[in-house]
Design a protein around this ligand. Structure first.
Ligand code: PLP
Length: 405
């Protein structure tokens, strides 16, 4: 399939280019000393992704440790309640540790091992990336330093406990607002002094090259599996594929399986409380081009051009930018990015729980909510939704703030 000069048949050969660009988005806007470290990671990655030893080891881990392939479930009762469209979910909630994040963390940690590194470093906001990375580090016997703002440490006690039980060192960041942004800065600073022994593991398709490419490639297992499973289940391709977009890793992995197919792709961003700046985190819908955290993409800015404060009921989606590849696919018109708000999300959270027996992560409930809207609009055909994670982590919050519905 060709679109605006891009041939999706050979897309993965050309995007990103050797400097990490998807069109004008991406790149590596970082200090000189880190450029060397990124170049080493890029070189190691290109070597191992051609190595059958690495590929076979990762395949074995996916099967025997993560429990892959994860299934696709048909949503019988929910579909029937919406008309004639058939809804399906790819069950990343059944991936070990409860979400898609382990797909790239196991890849990144295996890369660390092949590079002879002793430690993995990362920041975390809600703690989901920290838990996935701590899991991977425990598996490989690597040290693990997770930087986290003190505000988030208080808010996310269960995830902090999980990281500690898994043997990770949770480093408290107390300066500034003591949330995700400060944690990112502190983790990068630590990495700049420790890069000989450590590797930085980014939690989404974000950051400087090669991370947006590497994380996408590690997540593409989701889309590759899903395409094969869907075709063998139904005999055809889905009409539409839907995934939620925070940084964009679960969406990038899912879309990778379908980019060259006649399938409509939808990325769903959180509209939160509404379209006013500060009330949402819908960067691809309302943002403008800019550079932050080492890459060029579309971002939400305040009046000084700095990353704007963002909000979503889903802490995994409240990031003021999205991966550069999403900005590129948006401009090309290959993926449509749209929004759902908190209310629609909560409705979907309870409907999926009660009609299907699946409690989704509140992030994933955004994709479910959009899939439900799409089902009503389309009137026929099939929609495949990426259920990026399970909702155990969100149950107390939902009951406390919204009550039973
Ligand atoms: C972190 C997270 C997300 C958002 O991250 P992406 O990189 O956009 O995929 C979505 N769903 C779940 C369950 C998460 O933990």
């Amino acid at each position: 399939m060709k679109l605006n000069g891009v041939d999706f048949e050979t897309y993965f050969k050309h995007y990103p280019d050797e400097n990490g660009f998807f069109g004008k988005y991406g790149g590596a806007y970082i200090a000189e000393d880190l450029k060397q470290a990124m170049a080493e990671i890029t070189e190691a990655y290109f070597t191992i992704c051609k190595s059958t030893k690495f590929i076979n080891e990762l395949r074995g881990i996916r099967r025997d440790f993560q429990g892959r392939p994860t299934p696709i479930s048909h949503l019988d009762r929910l579909s029937a309640s919406l008309g004639n469209v058939q809804l399906y979910v790819k069950r990343e909630d059944l991936n070990h540790s409860g979400a898609h994040k382990l797909n790239h963390c196991m890849g990144e940690a295996l890369l660390a091992k092949y590079m002879g590194k002793k430690k993995v470093i990362a920041e975390t906001g809600a703690g989901q990336h920290g838990v996935a990375l701590a899991t991977a580090a425990a598996y490989f016997g690597l040290e693990c330093d997770i930087y986290m703002g003190s505000v988030d440490i208080k808010k996310q006690a269960p995830n902090v406990a999980r990281m500690k039980i898994l043997g990770a060192n949770v480093v408290e960041v107390t300066h500034g607002l003591a949330t995700l942004k400060e944690a990112v800065d502190a983790a990068f600073e630590a990495y700049a002094t420790e890069y000989k022994d450590a590797i930085y593991c980014i939690g989404s398709v974000l950051g400087p090259h090669p991370f947006p490419m590497m994380v996408r490639d590690f997540q593409s297992v989701v889309g590759i599996e899903a395409r094969e499973q869907f075709v063998s289940m139904t005999g055809e391709l889905p009409d539409a594929v839907v995934a939620c977009v925070g940084g964009g890793s679960n969406a990038a992995g899912m879309f990778a399986g379908f980019l060259n197919d006649p399938v409509d792709l939808y990325g769903v961003e959180p509209l939160g409380k509404g379209p006013k700046l500060g009330d949402h985190a819908a960067s691809l819908k309302y943002g403008t081009e800019g550079i932050m955290h080492g890459f060029n993409s579309i971002m939400l800015k305040d009046e000084n051009g700095e990353p704007a404060p963002v909000y979503s009921v889903a802490s995994g989606l409240d990031y003021p930018s999205s991966g550069p590849e999403h900005a590129f696919l948006r401009d090309l018109g290959r993926v449509k990015y749209d929004v759902v708000d908190d209310e629609e999300t909560l409705d979907a959270f309870f409907k999926l729980s009660r009609m299907e027996g699946i409690i989704p992560a509140i992030e994933s409930a955004h994709a479910v909510a959009y899939g439900m809207k799409l089902a009503k609009q389309l009137g026929k055909g099939s929609v495949l939704i990426n259920l990026s994670g399970r909702g155990d982590k969100d149950m107390d919050y939902v009951l406390e703030h919204y009550g039973l519905r």
